[in-house]
Design a protein around this ligand. Structure first.
Ligand SMILES: Cc1cc2nc3c(=O)[nH]c(=O)nc-3n(C[C@H](O)[C@H](O)[C@H](O)COP(=O)(O)O)c2cc1C
Length: 338
């Protein structure tokens, strides 16, 4: 296990060894994933939406507590813009608080009420969003930290149109609370660049998908290991009412893009491809990786093997340290002295 190297307001806030957060992953962030990250020195978030029954989420909280052996872990609370999709939000928060969770990643619409309730219970909330104006609103609403994602992010980068190299310094210059950057980060060099831009931590998703502890089928992980620079597609981008979605390129996403380009706008035009549990059942469970919209960003291309989470995180930190040394060797005064 890599000793701590970078101490920031994020490592202090979350009580973690490394400034690495593992974002919530629909269908994939279960107790094994979260605990693996936590034990390796980062922070990760369970996604209640991955558990159609509330009882199953409650049991996962218990399992996560056991596996993390007293270390703090987090829960992702996603406020959907879809009417009727937030009915269980309060219950998820209550269950999490009762299970001792005090670290939350909030996402989506106006998180003010949630943040207030989290604070009232002695917890902290990092709000994840793509646009600076949303970040300022969340900061005003009391968020303890902000996570900004660039357009490279796997999953739903929302209204993000800029890469994380651009938004990181923009956000760092304007926010008072600590900043975390995500989207396209899959190496320690990238982590160092984010820290150099003023971020105090990073959020990762795509780089962690082939970790041994992720429950998905070996064929899916092979696909992640084989990913290259151009293996993902950004669907529903621009002003499309469905909201942007970055996924692996496969038969499903190519067909979605084809219908989108042909002018399809509403959910009904895509429901045979994107609804319900398709990605979970076909790709993650059965290994049919050509089927389903499989959230993923180009950072997956930094994956070279299926490895334990601890190896991935230790490697990232070692790379960040090496990158810092490389920069120190560029010091012109130092070279003159030498
Ligand atoms: C498979 C997958 C599922 C995701 N599901 C969610 C989710 O349910 N909630 C959420 O807030 N973010 C979700 N994300 C986004 C991640 O939490 C994280 O913000 C993002 O992956 C960071 O960018 P990167 O993919 O370039 O590392 C998902 C990402 C992936 C790759």
């Amino acid at each position: 296990m890599h000793p701590p190297v970078f101490r920031t307001r994020i490592t202090e806030l979350f009580g973690i060894r490394h400034p690495i957060l593992a974002g919530g992953l629909m269908w994939l962030s279960d107790a094994n994933y979260v605990a693996a990250v936590v034990r390796a020195g980062g922070m990760a978030f369970l996604t209640p939406r991955s558990f159609p029954e509330t009882g199953a989420f409650a049991r996962e909280l218990v399992r996560c507590r056991e596996l993390t052996e007293g270390l703090p872990f987090g829960v992702n609370l996603n406020v959907s813009k879809v009417e009727g999709h937030n009915l269980k939000l309060d219950e998820w928060l209550d269950l999490s608080l009762r299970a001792g969770v005090r670290h939350f990643e909030t996402v989506g619409r106006a998180p003010g009420d949630l943040i207030h309730r989290i604070h009232a219970a002695g917890g902290i909330a990092i709000h994840k969003c793509p646009l600076l104006r949303h970040a300022f609103n969340a900061e005003r609403a009391g968020a303890d930290a902000i996570c900004i994602i660039g357009v490279e992010a796997g999953g739903h980068p929302g209204a993000a149109v800029l890469g994380s190299m651009v938004v990181a310094p923009m956000a760092a210059r304007q926010l008072s609370v600590p900043l975390v950057i995500g989207g396209g980060i899959g190496t320690g060099d990238g982590i160092l660049a984010a820290l150099a831009s003023g971020a105090e931590g990073v959020v990762l998703g795509s780089r962690l998908l082939a970790a041994e502890e992720v429950w998905a089928h070996p064929a899916y992980k092979e696909r992640i290991v084989a990913a290259e620079q151009d293996s993902t597609l950004l669907t529903f981008s621009g002003a499309h009412p469905m909201g942007s979605w970055r996924v692996l390129e496969n038969e499903t996403s190519r067909e979605v893009l084809r219908r989108e380009t042909a002018g399809a706008r509403d959910y009904a035009a895509f429901s045979d491809l994107i609804g319900g549990t398709k990605s979970r059942d076909h790709a993650y469970r059965d290994g049919e990786v050509e089927r389903g919209m499989l959230s993923c960003g180009p950072a997956a291309a930094f994956t070279r093997a299926v490895e334990p989470m601890e190896t991935i995180i230790d490697t990232l930190i070692s790379e960040a340290v090496a990158a810092r040394r490389r920069l120190e060797r560029l010091d012109a005064m130092g070279s003159v002295d030498a």
